[in-house]
Design a protein around this ligand. Sequence first.
Ligand SMILES: C[S@@+](CC[C@H](N)C(=O)[O-])C[C@H]1O[C@@H](n2cnc3c(N)ncnc32)[C@H](O)[C@@H]1O
Length: 266
Amino acid sequence: MNKFEENNKKLWNELTDVHIKSYNVEGFKKGKTTLDEIQLKELGDVKGKKLLHLQCHFGLDTLSWAREGAIVTGVDFSEKSIEYANRLKAELYINAKFLCCNIYGLKNHLHGKFDIVYTSQGILCWLKDLQEWAQIIYHFLKPGGLFYIMESHPIARIFDNTKKGKLETLYPYFHNKEPIKWDDDYPDYSDDTYIPKNPSYEWQWTLSDIINSLIKAGLKIEFLHEFDKEFYKAFPDMKRDENGWWYLPDYKNKIPLIFTLLAKKD
Ligand SMILES: C[S@@+](CC[C@H](N)C(=O)[O-])C[C@H]1O[C@@H](n2cnc3c(N)ncnc32)[C@H](O)[C@@H]1O
């Protein structure tokens, strides 16, 4: 684990305490899924399939896939997240396995192969090496297995996210080996009254970095879809639609804000 990952782990342990209050945990306990209609439709029937969830946070999406019938394993390097995920699964009697581990060390701690490797919503910026990430995904898939991701579109990360009005470019689109340090008074994405105490160190990856890492690892891309909405309030001008998606009224149908991708191991 390098010094940036150590710092990010501190941040995620801090944020878990915030998110267990700001995410809709009560709704989840009453049976509400945290998976949106796009993911449910695009990944399709998961009943009886072995699903590995990388960077699962405190497990709401993992446990939602379990409720859809998948046999789930969730992995995250935040001890607090995994501790809470284990508490939730016990309280709700949901069958799931959670593992506290850096995904880059996962091969030493997890054995077996999966029908699906899944990851979503706020994961790529924490990854220092995308080629190694893609190789890990390939390693854990059975032949014929599927990899699915829903993530913020890399283009959405180049704009100033503090200003209202016209979008202005501020951050580079292209990858840099050195991560960008965020240490400001910008509130947490899920609780706008909370200012994180720990800084974050984030890497930018382009769409071609993502696609090419998967191809180079041996996966076949089945589709790449782009959408003009986000799963969180990424810009101050965003409004929420009836399905909970955040969109920019002035940029509807103009710029992509998230993408989904499905890839297969032959
Ligand atoms: C935004 S959250 C994941 C989003 C998830 N869909 C959610 O909101 O519940 C990002 C997660 O990645 C985890 N993470 C970051 N880097 C990691 C790494 N190298 N290995 C394992 N987990 C990591 C963090 O601990 C955090 O729980």
